[in-house]
Design a protein around this ligand. Sequence first.
Ligand code: 3PG
Length: 413
Amino acid sequence: MKIRSIDDLDVNGKRVLLRVDINSPIDLATGKIRDDNRLRMSLPTIRDLTEAGARLVLIAHQGDTLDYHNLVPLEEHAQLLTEMLEHPVAYIDDVAGPTAREAIRRVQPGDILLLDNLRFLTEEVSTFENAVKLSAAEMTGTYLVRHLAPLFDIYVNDAFAAAHRNAPSMVAFQELLPTAGGRLLVAELDALSGVAEHPERPCVFVLGGLKISDAFSMMRKVLAEGIADTVLTSGITGQVMLMASGIRLGEPSEQFIRDRALDAFLAPAAEYLQAHPDKIRMPVDVAYDDAGVRAELPAARLPAPAPIIDIGSETIGVYREVLAAAATIFVNGPAGVYESEVGAKGTRELWSAIAGAAGYSVIGGGDTVASARRFIDLNDIGFVSTAGGALIRYLSGQPLPLLQAMEKAASVA
Ligand code: 3PG
């Protein structure tokens, strides 16, 4: 897709408004940031704009009404950015009110100012977005955009992880200001379009975990469009596939699936299996928790007497071979209950196979990255996306409001 990069604009001495996604998990007990990865990933754009002489103002959200304990001010974010950049990042506890606007007017070339949490404004929260559904043009009349846009020459968006949010800070400044995508946004789109549009073959999708709605929406698209050559299923996704092929998992696992209404995925699972029998791989054996001890059972000998917690050793061997031969690998979700020692083997061994594979690997999403980090060095992964929900939507072929706004801005530039 065509969006402008910051290299296409002269930012020297200009007032640049940069939207980043530094939304970070907050520790419940201490109220402090638990993982600073998104802050680190935002540094290249901040650094490059500052070095090019921009008068830089950052806007960002943190938490949400749906995610309330994370809805905190951005003061700690400014402190951490200051340490990481070794350059002061000023913070002001106002988003777009008179104090923020006065501070913005005082920003000099090379200065960096971080405004407060965008989601302290009603028009920026997802409940507002879902209820009111403003167009990007209508959002130019929101409190944030009306007050900030006149103070800037250029708008830069580097917040791919929030690309699915149709919020004023994400899509409306493009209507009013010359616009470019930051380094991270461009890198995310390069890596993900590589997987979603022109993957090196064979292209393997590894879909596991508990959030099977994500796995199924991606599976639908990558199978229908011939993007995936092989889909390796594991986790609950693999269990639903086994059930859909007529295998009884055993009462404890089937109960788990029914209790969460995941049996709704049996019909699409059966449909995909029928349409793409040679592309979808299911576990050939499973592991269950036999009173605290790992026990394995071939799929042909199911049902299991206790909850299934992992793929079995034979499946691990088969999947490792597929991964070793892959040119492109995309991973979403762990293979089993990796937090417990009895359920960790599949997740651990698949991650080590992916880390050691010659193919280009792409991963993203909080749970997936957390499970990878537990077993391997993330430097052994080709690209670690900062996105969760946005990534799933992108790979499921759903339109992303940010990308629509950036494309529109590039087309009128
Ligand atoms: C994320 O954490 O996925 C992004 O920052 C978007 O946050 P949201 O899901 O609260 O909109």
